[in-house]
Design a protein around this ligand. Structure first.
Ligand SMILES: [Zn+2]
Length: 393
């Protein structure tokens, strides 16, 4: 006789985020503590033997959706909250960032941030570490938040023997992978090796791309103040050969873009860049509050969406944002979005889209039988954009 226990959660509504499924009013999830067994209308689910055999918890005010993803963070710099200038552009922001001890993180503080993320319904984090990716992976793993911990390649020297592109490590909740920092800060061969290493290991890749005007101008060969800043950081910019093309074009030419790459920011993109992103099936991560904090405008969200790209949302690190809550990122974007957007399209940015980008669609990103039993309640400042959905209160 089976001793398996089942638990039922009944809520006011649910978006399973399974493509084609309508929002469900009076919905329920049945799970065994690890995996979803049923997800659907309460009227159907209640009749199953699993729902009848265990306790039912009611969330009468909650609209449920899959656990949400934060597709771009820098937990390593969590101690940078409130320490950078706002709205003055990338050069001023970078100066204020590097004036601090950027990598002196405390494991306890980062662990507290991870616990907070989990309480907020965050199920998965794509995190960038410049110095200590394996350490971050360990902290994330202990917290129970699923993750990709990216080991970031920056500057012109390849990693030494001890810090390989993809460092070894086994984790219950995630993987180590590697990311490129940016086209101007990292030698093209290192970016290519990093991407090739990810491809060899079947891992997602990440790259800050088209984040600001400075990046575009450096690629065009302009000697701007930011180049001096890089030189002072011992980056041999005299060895940098400007490709004199747009950042997206350059990334495509280097072979960095495909369906396993997450291009983070994509602020300074034109129609041809968007076409290239579509053609290469590159995933895009928007970080709207970070772009506003730094003062570099915003990505053409509406055009990127209309192009049919797989778009995700990230908070970026606390050096350029006030919190790591991706729900706040979505609410902020919705306040300013200048086109039609369905609730399903909005929630896709923080659920099934990033699940696909991070290669974990088989276990996360939708609420359906066989997936990991993690969900989130859609906050009111997101739901209020769809009054027809009929949330009480
Ligand atoms: Zn970043």
């Amino acid at each position: 006789m089976s001793t398996k226990q089942f638990f039922t959660l009944r809520a006011a509504g649910m978006l399973t985020m399974v493509p084609g499924q309508e929002p469900i009013h009076d919905a329920a999830i049945v799970h065994d503590g690890r995996f979803i067994v049923h997800a659907g209308p309460w009227s159907r689910v209640r009749a199953t033997p699993e729902a009848q055999s265990g306790p039912v918890t009611r969330m009468d005010d909650a609209i449920l959706c899959p656990g949400v993803f934060n597709a771009h963070t820098h937990l390593e710099m969590s101690h940078m909250l409130g320490k950078t200038v706002q709205g003055q552009g990338f050069t001023a922001w970078m100066k204020s960032l590097v004036a601090n001890p950027m990598y002196s993180m405390s494991d306890q503080d980062v662990a507290a941030h991870c616990r907070r993320l989990r309480r907020l319904g965050t199920v998965h984090v794509a995190d960038i570490s410049t110095k200590q990716a394996p350490r971050l992976a360990g902290i994330l793993d202990d917290s129970g938040v699923f993750f990709v911990a990216f080991n970031e390649m920056i500057f012109f020297d390849p990693p030494d023997q001890d810090t390989k592109f993809v460092p070894a490590g086994r984790f219950q909740h995630g993987v180590l992978s590697c990311a490129g920092h940016a086209l101007y800060s990292t030698h093209p061969h290192i970016l290519q090796q990093a991407k090739a290493s990810c491809a060899r290991h079947g891992l997602p890749h990440s790259l800050h791309l088209a984040e600001n005007e400075e990046e575009s101008r450096i690629l065009m060969g302009e000697k701007i103040e930011f180049v001096e800043l890089l030189e002072r950081a011992n980056i041999p910019m005299h060895r940098f050969v400007p490709p004199r093309v747009s950042p997206v074009r350059r990334a495509a030419d280097l072979g960095l873009l495909d369906e396993h790459t997450l291009a983070v920011h994509c602020v300074t993109v034109d129609q041809e860049d968007i076409r290239l992103l579509v053609e290469t099936r590159t995933n895009v991560c928007l970080c709207p509050r970070s772009n506003a904090h730094i003062g570099e405008g915003r990505a053409p969200w509406e055009r990127l969406m209309r192009a049919g790209l797989n778009i995700c949302l990230g908070t970026d690190g606390l050096g350029s944002n006030q919190d790591l809550n991706v729900w706040n990122e979505l609410a902020w974007l919705l306040e300013r979005y200048e086109d039609e957007l369905s609730l399903e399209q909005a929630l896709a940015l923080v659920t099934r889209n990033p699940a696909r980008a991070m290669g974990v669609s088989a276990s996360l990103g939708t609420l359906e039988p066989g997936k990991i039993a993690r969900w989130s309640a859609v906050p009111r400042d997101v739901l209020r954009h769809w009054p027809a959905f009929g949330v009480n209160g």
